[in-house]
Ligand binder design. Structure first.
Ligand SMILES: [Zn+2]
Length: 220
């Protein structure tokens, strides 16, 4: 791919599919092997930039960055870290809207490896199944902790919730700031991005309005 095309994909924040593109051998190596290899490669990057890695302040940076990538920022790539979304029977028969809002988004853009930070708001109307509230937060946390595109993040969360809750009546809204927009490129410090994905009853404006009303009238 030529350099101009590479820039265009990054600046337009294009994603190629709902699935995160992963190699077939993505998890053949252990986390420790990955950390060791990334440490080696990041040391080369720093040296290429002209940094003196014999300096006490810099000498540990390749290891810190490698550990951060594997263990702290991108653990959501590995399916073994996926939270188990155990569901319960909807015994109390609650069947109106439930909104889990202000869920922290801590992610990174897959085009520049720079932070994406913001909040997710998620609503569903239970049918036969309900899910523990914190499981929704954990699912968001899992999918956020991989190199991402905001649209795909929204779709991955929506799809999984629809599957485990056995209903299409789910809505996912994410508002987030992208450091690759605020700190490079156009360098716009104030703009942020909102994505809204939904299915089932949320195709009906009445339900979307009820959801937005809850979001816009925070009572906590
Ligand atoms: Zn980006």
């Amino acid at each position: 791919m030529d350099k101009e095309h590479i820039e265009i994909i990054g600046n337009n924040h294009m994603a190629s599919s709902v699935e995160t593109p992963l190699r077939l051998d993505a998890f053949d190596k252990s986390d420790n092997e990955k950390i060791k290899n990334i440490e080696h490669h990041f040391e080369i990057i720093m040296k290429e930039l002209g940094l003196d890695l014999t300096d006490d302040s810099l000498s540990g940076t390749p290891y810190r960055v490698a550990k951060m990538y594997v263990k702290e920022l991108f653990y959501g790539l590995d399916p073994k870290n996926k939270p188990k979304l155990s569901t319960f029977e909807n015994k109390y028969g609650y069947n109106k809207m439930l909104v889990e809002q202000n869920i922290t988004i801590d992610s990174a853009c897959e085009h520049h490896f720079l932070p994406i930070t913001g909040h997710a708001h998620i609503a569903y109307l239970p049918k036969d199944k309900v899910v523990g509230l914190s499981k929704i937060n954990r699912l968001v946390d899992y999918y956020a902790h991989r190199p991402q595109v905001q649209e795909r993040l929204s779709l991955q969360i929506l799809r999984d919730l629809q599957n485990v809750l056995e209903t299409k009546d789910v809505m996912v809204m994410i508002s987030a700031k992208h450091l690759c927009v605020s700190s490079r490129g156009i360098k716009d410090k104030d703009s942020f991005t909102t994505t809204v994905e939904y299915g089932g009853c949320f195709e009906n404006k009445v339900y979307r309005d009820e959801f937005l009303n809850v979001i816009n009238n925070q009572t906590l």
